[in-house]
Ligand binder design. Structure first.
Ligand SMILES: [Ca+2]
Ligand SMILES: [Ca+2]
Length: 459
């Protein structure tokens, strides 16, 4: 059971890769119903501002469609912000999206699209932290559902737009530039929460296992294909373009696709790959699809687990919040997993962190009370899970204590003492009840230089 959960965790981690494919999907044409607000033939109407010490310069250069607006910025001294703005008086419907062509270069900084009301007192934004500009032109869509109140008191949403701002706030700072073209506005159908069951079309139906069984909300009803041909499809029609954030797919326990691709389309003619694997192993699969939007979702299945066709128990469409960030994605997965399989913070529980190193280090690691080590700011973290004969031993089965070297040095140790055997049914020599297992987070690369710095700087 736990082993299976661990494997799921590994599989979910692999799925993050699917995100890269989705970004490509967003680079398609502007929607048919969109109105271009600015072609950027000239700098016309755009003004800029910068915090003290920061610099910004506007120019027009050739873009993907005529001219584009080029914003050169320098945040290396100011470490503040730069912005460009232009008035766009517009009545805003209940649901809408802005889109624009974007490319740029430079360090990671916070990129913001701001919607300012006609009084200039209330601002909504879509803020992307530590943003890295695409190096090739890409169409970016910012939907109403992603726009939040940035500041200003209000009970109401934004119904009248005064103007738009593109801003860059320093995270890494530095110098660079970004280019904008074809700024467009699109009125959209109101987003709906509960939708009627979608239509499903499968290529080779088996009697009594019609496609609708894959989307009826029941895990005990299964769609199954005929055994042949080898390649088959299952297409879901959502009725109209829908914004969503991913899928949870429960495969049949015996007949699942080992090699398959999930594709999306708005017109059933042009398909965009969203996820692909050749090592599918059935069970429950979480598919990460940030900013997904389509009418059709197609499972193109190339190879089945035992050559007897395919079966899907259920496909559940997830809201955009499911893949709003990798963290939210893993929170959704962790919510269904037994405690301990994922880090405690993904299950909404607080842990405390201490610095490994001394003040003034250019790089400092953090160790939390469970023994998870973050190698540096914004870098990966490692959490111990002991694989024993009786199954994985996680923080949930351990009594955990913490100490600092000599009681105060920033060389922390976290010690686990197994509270119970991971599996009650089997006794294991490596993880018997009461066995001590410790994990010292003072790995040699971290502790050696730190110790040296400690002894020279703290005495
Ligand atoms: Ca243009
Ligand atoms: Ca079902």
């Amino acid at each position: 059971m736990k082993r299976e959960s661990l494997d799921r965790a590994a599989r979910a981690a692999k799925l993050v890769v699917a995100a890269a494919l989705i970004v490509v999907a967003a680079s398609g044409r502007a929607g048919a119903a969109s109105t271009v607000l600015d072609h950027f033939d000239a700098v016309d109407g755009w003004t800029s501002a910068a915090s003290e010490g920061a610099e910004v310069k506007l120019s027009v250069v050739p873009g993907p469609n005529g001219n584009a607006l080029k914003v050169d910025y320098d945040l290396s001294r100011g470490r503040g912000w730069v912005l460009v703005r232009k008035p766009f008086p517009l009545d805003l419907p209940a649901n809408y999206a802005f889109s624009f062509q974007l490319k740029g270069e430079g360090p990671h900084n916070d990129f913001e699209l701001k919607l300012v009301d006609p009084t200039g007192q209330r601002v909504w934004w879509r803020k992307q932290r530590d943003y890295s500009f695409p190096s090739e032109w890409q169409r970016v869509v910012v939907r109403r559902s992603r726009i939040e109140l940035a500041w200003g008191t209000t009970d109401a949403g934004l119904t009248h737009l005064g103007g738009l701002e593109f801003a860059l706030a320093a995270s890494e700072g530095g110098k660079g530039s970004f280019l904008l073209d074809e700024l467009a506005f699109e009125k959209r159908e109101p987003a709906t929460g509960e939708r009627p069951l979608p239509d499903v079309e499968a290529s080779f139906l088996r009697d009594g296992f019609e496609g609708g069984r894959a989307v009826d909300g029941q895990l005990d009803t299964t769609w199954k294909s005929r055994p042949l041909p080898r390649e088959q499809t299952l297409t879901i029609d959502l009725g109209s373009n829908v914004e969503y954030g991913g899928l949870i797919v429960d495969w049949d326990k015996d007949d699942y696709a080992a090699a398959y691709q999930i594709e999306t389309s708005s017109d059933r003619a042009e398909w965009t790959p969203a996820y692909r694997t050749t090592t599918g192993d059935g069970g429950r699969v979480y598919v990460y699809m940030p900013d997904a939007e389509s009418r059709f979702i197609r499972f193109a299945m190339q190879r089945s687990s035992r050559g007897r066709g395919y079966g899907i128990r259920e496909i559940a469409l997830q809201p955009y919040s499911f893949s709003a960030s990798p963290n939210e994605f893993f929170q959704a997965i962790a919510a269904e997993a037994p405690p301990g399989v994922y880090p405690r913070y993904l299950q909404g529980k607080q842990t405390y962190w201490t610095v490994v190193g001394v003040p003034g280090d250019t790089k400092e690691a953090l160790l939390n009370t469970d023994g998870m080590l973050e190698l540096g700011r914004g870098e990966l973290s490692i959490e111990p899970i002991l694989r024993t004969d009786a199954g994985p031993l996680t923080w949930a089965q351990a009594e955990i204590t913490q100490e600092l070297a000599d009681g105060y040095l920033p060389i922390p140790t976290v010690r686990w003492r197994a509270r119970t055997s991971p599996s009650a049914s089997r006794r294991s020599p490596t993880a018997r009840p009461g066995a001590r297992s410790s994990t010292r987070a003072t790995a040699s690369r971290t502790s050696a230089p730190t110790t040296r710095r400690c002894s020279s700087s703290s005495r």
